[in-house]
Ligand binder design. Structure first.
Ligand code: NAP
Length: 501
């Protein structure tokens, strides 16, 4: 059911940047088309260059034309552009924020509840908040004021806490919306419902019935043009620290007492805080890293394409050497009664043979091994490329002999005619609604960095050359070092008869 949104103004910092062009502006347009924006809602785009309003509206039209190749409703377009305004926040003007405050006092044009979306460089998050506070634009005495912080929130625990300290001089926790856009994905939100809306899963969701869980985020893509950014970041910080740990939290948390934002967050925080800290002395048995070498990957139409290795891509851009991982696999344990002793294998990699975001749950062996062909059951919750839930069961092969094969009960989450919503649309709506449940609490961010920091530190200190895997291959065999049992292996494609046995 649609929640009521107060009249408000969305102040979009970095409106001329890449994220805004590709996701935010088209997303706001789609929300408008779906009737989800309140009648009294304005968008004030903030960029650093001076741009006249007409030119900005023409620019917006270009963004929409690029995104919606099949056209869009002209009436909605007229309504949308009427909401849109531009403010030039010149970096060399010491009075720029005073002028912004003066612009925003026009209550007829700009409803006074203000949601700021900071789509700017992470180093600008705190300075923008400090400036907004300096001119009274964060004051909540009459109207609400919320600030959305793009990712990443810090690059380790210390920088995250530093940023937090700077923000909380001017903002209460309830005003801060820390983004992890994975939480806006329909299929990620569906994890909780799959678990708790189906009475058949909850009784099995524990150490007594589950052998292990795999949380996977593999990509066919390499680092592309983002070599400098990626080399300073690596797979652990880019994907694992937030997206994968959040997915793990939703998979493993206890049932919240209700669906209120604070109840869901409380359970996620508890879960993240109960993950056992990494034993750095035995890191080699708990974590594995590697880099992709040259190889051949599958492109959209099923054809192969030869691609360069990571180190060669870095050299092309003037970076001579690197021990940054493009493949990371980590084994985690959760110290609570539900999960004691169950390994959670979390992996993320670039340039793999398939793109795949999934949670794969392997159940324990049936108490009776009736025939040799009998496999363990798997439940695969796939988030990308397909949103689907698959349960694999053993079934008798018809015939004279007693033998089993694996059948799959397949429940595609997406059906013909279903809405397709981009995660940023959901998250922008939640920001305006005042619903922080799909945003990160500072305790979650801290717990995530606490877990990741020791691995990053150990890997940074270890200068030995990284294991190389050929682009387009499956996980390096050597990554199996983190498995607890000989019959554990990486789960691949969600297709029945895939590479799973
Ligand atoms: N792009 C993505 O898909 C993506 C995905 C996840 C997260 N993010 C995060 O989203 C943020 C934006 O990413 P992006 O790719 O859009 O970056 P970008 O293309 O560099 O855009 C940033 C924009 O912010 C503007 N800007 C900087 N300081 C400003 C200020 N004080 N007031 C107003 N505008 C200001 C810049 O204007 P000038 O051109 O005048 O400098 C630029 O247009 C980053 O924090 C990034 O980490 C992006």
């Amino acid at each position: 059911m649609a929640k009521t949104i107060d009249p408000c103004t969305l102040v979009l910092f970095g409106a001329s940047g890449n994220l805004s062009r590709v996701k935010l502006m088209p997303g706001l347009f789609r929300l408008d088309a779906a009737g989800r924006l309140p009648e009294h809602m304005a968008i004030l785009s903030v960029g650093r260059s001076p741009v006249e309003r007409d030119a900005w509206l023409a620019d917006i039209k270009g963004m929409l034309d690029a995104k919606f190749k099949n056209g869009y409703d002209q009436k909605v377009f007229e309504r949308f552009v009427a909401r849109n305004h531009y403010f030039a926040n010149a970096s060399d003007d010491p009075d720029a924020y005073k002028k912004m405050a003066a612009t925003l006092t026009d209550a007829n044009t700009f409803p006074q509840n203000l949601a700021y979306f900071l789509s700017v460089r992470p180093t600008d998050f705190a300075p923008v908040v400090e400036q907004l506070s300096g001119v009274g634009l964060l004051d909540e005495s009459k109207y609400w004021r919320r600030v959305l912080i793009e990712k990443p929130f810090g690059t380790d625990l210390a920088t995250a806490q530093d940023l937090q300290a700077r923000l909380t001089k001017h903002l209460k926790e309830t005003q801060i919306y820390r983004i992890d856009h994975y939480l806006g994905k329909t299929a990620v939100q569906g994890i909780m419902l799959t678990r708790f809306a189906n009475a058949i899963f909850e009784p099995l969701w524990n150490k007594d019935h589950i052998d292990h869980v795999q949380i996977t985020n593999n990509e066919i893509l390499g680092v592309g043009e983002r070599t400098t950014f990626y080399d300073a970041t690596g797979a652990l910080r880019d994907m694992f620290q937030s997206h994968l740990l959040q997915t793990l939290a939703l998979t493993a948390m206890e049932k919240p007492k209700d669906l209120k934002p604070e109840s869901i967050r409380a359970e996620k925080i508890k879960l993240l805080q109960s993950i056992r800290p990494i034993d750095v002395k035995n890191l080699n048995k708990q974590a594995f890293r590697a880099q992709y070498a040259a190889g051949r990957v599958c492109v959209g139409d099923g054809h192969g394409e030869n691609v360069a290795g990571y180190l060669d891509e870095l050299k092309r851009d003037g970076i001579e050497s690197s021990n940054t991982e493009t493949y990371a696999a980590v084994k985690l344990f959760i110290d609570n009664p539900r999960w004691q002793g169950v390994p959670f294998y979390v992996r993320t990699a670039k340039r793999m043979h398939e793109g795949n975001v999934a949670i794969s749950v392997k159940f324990k062996k049936s108490p009776m091994q009736l025939v040799d062909s009998q496999h363990q059951n798997w439940l695969v919750i796939s988030i990308q490329p397909k949103e689907t839930v698959k349960l694999e069961i053993e079934s008798k092969i018809p015939g004279l002999d007693i033998a089993t094969r694996t059948l799959s009960i397949d429940a595609p989450q997406r059906q013909t005619g279903d809405e397709s919503i981009d995660s940023y649309e959901t998250l922008m709506l939640n920001l305006m609604e005042g619903d922080p449940s799909q945003y990160l609490h500072i305790s979650e961010v801290e717990a995530q960095w606490k877990l990741v920091d020791p691995i990053v530190k150990a890997w940074t200190a270890d200068k030995s050359a990284l294991h190389q895997y050929r682009a387009g291959d499956r996980d390096p065999k050597e990554s199996g070092v983190i498995f607890d049992a000989e019959d554990q292996f990486w789960r691949y494609s969600i297709e029945l008869g895939g590479d799973k046995h």
